[in-house]
Design a protein around this ligand. Structure first.
Ligand code: UDP
Length: 479
């Protein structure tokens, strides 16, 4: 709830400050934006989530619960023509999804309601112009942490990747607080080739009022300072936003209904020893090939540690019989040693259970931060987007994870040339879950960060204060 000192500033001209939150469709961007809206509502503003009917059903219950506790939070569904492709998007909608069909109803809504500010996702590529013409302060949410933004900015600015002779040769990202080395093969294709992310408007970022970031100061202080002071971006750090999910219901159905009953999942976890289970997930979007899934299955099974493996969508569905070794699923089911979840997992609930001792992750920023908030050491397996930067943060700056050895950036729906073999998978699992000195030390560091994450969002914490600071800045906008 809002502090007494800031309560007064929740009002402009005698009415409550109203912020529109306009999330992009799909998991990794939609989920944190809903949390963001709930977080701001808990600081006393009127929060309205502007979205499509499909997405409302997914989050309706959490919003209902918030309303029952007195928060001023609502949805507004933009009308879609019956035949619009957006009618059928789900949690795995890719970043290229064209949302411009929403432009007309969104514009009308803005003119009619005139909120005090709009927080919008960068993947709505048309939205900046619409908001700027009407003259409402516009804040960007792009889902990344400051570390990844700093890597991205400095690679674009200094082009160190053009100085190396091959795609596999290491180069140093210039200017950063730490020595961060990457290879060209780990860079997004549009960074490698010097082109812009398709359809993305640079102007949208330059003319915005600032950026809201799902991170917290103590996690990456040198990079927050660098991003603010050297790169020069106005930034409010308000995370981890997932920590606003405080009860079991919110954690169990985040984003979509889980394909496993949460109670049977929790009962299974209860039957395991503390810190003994590895949670394996590659997020909402990535599609792995049957060949890669086969290697993961062999590696996980031979490592001999219990796991929960969330098998998401498969790259080549035709070949899906060949994803697992003979009898693999039956052995898992019969032994009860591990769990396979096909579809959607109640990730927050699982990560926070005391039986979980490690997280094999694709380093999507939400998952990474959820792992940090749960105090877990990680096995990093980046695939696309800015995930190779996040891997560096986890393994080399925070020192709470080890690499599986993923070397090749590829778009979420592309076949990779390099498959990570079962031996590498097994070696990483044995190293992380084997309980050696290295893991104990990583676990200790991860627990410290988890405590700092919780402190950041509590009253008086750095993220709590940044939410209030942003609300104040909205109040003072133009004065
Ligand atoms: N998620 C989940 N269950 C799943 C897969 C994903 O709850 O089975 C959530 C996860 O907790 C995270 C988000 O979906 O909040 C995925 O975002 P992330 O940035 O990690 O990866 P992306 O999906 O964007 O690649």
């Amino acid at each position: 709830t809002a502090t007494a000192a800031t309560k007064a500033s929740m009002e402009v001209e005698g009415r409550k400050v109203e912020i529109f939150f306009f999330p992009f469709v799909g998991g990794g961007h939609l989920i944190p934006m809903i949390d963001l809206a709930r977080l701001f509502a808990s600081h006393g503003v009127k929060a309205t989530v502007i979205t499509i009917p499909n997405d409302i059903t997914v989050f309706q219950k959490s919003i209902d619960r918030d309303q029952q506790t007195g928060l001023d939070i609502n949805f507004h569904a933009l009308e879609l023509p019956a035949d619009a492709t957006l009618q059928n998007v789900d949690m795995s909608a890719p970043p290229m999804t064209d949302t411009s069909i929403l432009q007309e109803p969104f514009e009308q809504l803005l003119i009619h309601r005139r909120p005090d500010c709009v927080v919008t996702d960068t993947f709505h590529r048309w939205v900046a112009d619409v908001i700027d013409v009407i003259g409402i302060p516009r804040i960007i949410f792009n889902g990344n942490c400051c570390f990844a933004r700093c890597c991205d900015e400095n690679i674009k600015r200094f082009s160190p990747h053009k100085e190396v002779a091959s795609d596999m040769e290491l180069f140093v990202v210039p200017g950063l607080p730490d020595k961060i080395e990457l290879t060209r093969s780990q860079l997004p294709i549009f960074v490698r080739t010097g082109t812009e992310f398709p359809g993305k408007s640079m102007r949208a970022e330059q003319n915005s009022f600032g950026q809201v970031v799902n991170s917290f100061y103590a996690l990456e202080p040198a990079y927050v300072d660098y991003y603010r002071n050297v790169i020069g971006k106005k930034t409010w750090l308000v995370g981890p936003v997932s920590l606003c999910n405080r009860n079991l219901e919110d954690k169990a159905a985040r984003g979509q209904k889980a394909t496993i009953d949460e109670n049977s999942c929790l009962n299974w976890l209860d039957s395991k020893k503390p810190n003994s289970v590895l949670y394996v997930s590659f997020g909402s979007l990535a599609r792995l090939s049957p060949t890669q899934l086969y290697e993961i299955a062999c590696g996980l099974e031979s490592a001999g540690h219990p796991f929960i493996w969330v098998v998401g969508k498969i790259l080549d569905d035709k070949d899906k019989e060949n994803c697992f070794p003979d009898g693999f699923e039956e052995r898992i089911l019969d032994s009860k040693m591990s769990l396979i979840i096909k579809g959607w997992a109640p990730q927050l609930l699982i990560l926070e259970h005391e039986s979980i001792g490690g997280f094999m992750t694709h380093c999507g920023w939400n998952s990474t931060l959820e792992g940090v908030s749960a105090g877990l050491p990680m096995i990093t397996w980046p695939l696309s987007a800015e995930q190779f930067y996040n891997e560096k943060l986890v393994t080399e700056v925070l020192k709470i994870g080890i690499r599986v050895g993923s070397e090749e950036w590829a778009s979420w729906n592309m076949e990779r040339k390099i498959v990570v073999g079962k031996d590498k998978v097994k070696a990483a699992v044995v190293r992380l879950m084997g309980g050696g000195v290295e893991t104990v030390e990583m676990m200790r560091r991860a627990k410290v960060l988890a405590e700092e994450a919780k402190r950041a969002v509590e009253v008086g914490g750095s993220s709590f204060n940044d939410v209030d600071a942003l609300i104040n800045d909205i109040n003072n906008y133009g004065s």
